[in-house]
Design a protein. Structure first.
Length: 259
């Protein structure tokens, strides 16, 4: 029996934006997920040229010939209830979801060697831009004339032509003082509210210290410099598995200085 997933409405809404053949395959894929209670969110499908330009500029994408522009691609993330699980693409049920997608004709970005993109599924169909909307061939989508007024951080960022990828949202969260960003509903709401309110992002602490020692810099701006505190700063600034190495300290120093 088909189960309605937490993000079912949002996923179906995004699938509805796809080109014909891709939409049909994505429909079968999501029905398979719901029949087998595989929790996923299809968080993005169609993308405008302006959004793709922003993604390329940020490094989230490497091409202006994205299949998102012609309605032949979707991005998904594993979920558990309302929580998005960006580190669970190796989950057993997600592997089944990916296998089903491949069986339907999708290519998975997680198989790519040069630019691994685990959220990405694309329908090559008969080639780029070969799918249709109604009887009309796919064309790159123009910039939307009106911004989104919804409550989704992704939709809000897209409406402002800002990169909405997980990596960029982590950077924005750190700038706005939201530590340990993992994309939870609470964190997304907090970030959305800060962005809508026009709150100023956290500014790097000013210091006269010009050296390369992270500890000395922290002392100069009157911040705790012990290992535990540095670990927290590293997490806040998106540096994973902090061990206090020279390269990590230099990276953290640059981030805290705002470089």
């Amino acid at each position: 029996m088909m189960t309605k997933l937490h993000y079912s409405d949002r996923s179906w809404g995004n699938i509805a934006k796809l080109a014909n053949d891709t939409k049909a395959k994505a429909t079968t894929l999501l029905k398979y997920a719901e029949d087998n209670n595989i929790e996923v969110l299809i968080y993005e499908t169609i993308r405008t040229k302006a959004q793709q330009e922003a993604n390329v500029k940020s490094g989230a994408s490497q091409t202006m010939k994205s299949y998102h522009l012609v309605g032949q691609a979707l991005d998904f993330v594993p979920t558990k209830g309302s929580a998005t699980k960006w580190d669970e693409y190796e989950r057993a049920d997600i592997k089944k979801f990916i296998a089903k997608a491949k069986a339907l004709g999708f290519e998975w970005g997680g198989d790519w060697k040069e630019f691994v993109d685990k959220p990405h599924l694309q329908n090559n169909y008969k080639g780029y831009g070969t799918d249709t909307f109604g009887n009309t061939p796919s064309k790159p989508q123009p910039t939307p004339s009106k911004p989104s007024s919804g409550g989704s951080i992704v939709d809000y960022l897209n409406s402002k032509k800002i990169d909405s990828s997980m990596s960029n949202r982590k950077k924005l969260a750190a700038k706005y003082g939201i530590a340990n960003y993992t994309g939870t509903a609470t964190q997304n709401t907090a970030l959305l509210n800060k962005l809508k309110a026009g709150a100023a992002p956290s500014k790097p602490a000013q210091s006269g210290y010009k050296g390369a020692s992270l500890v000395d810099y922290l002392k100069s701006v009157k911040k705790a410099s012990d290992y535990s505190s540095r670990s927290k700063y590293a997490t806040q600034y998106g540096i994973k598995n902090y061990k206090g190495s020279t390269s990590q300290n230099l990276q953290l120093l640059k981030k805290m200085r705002g470089f």
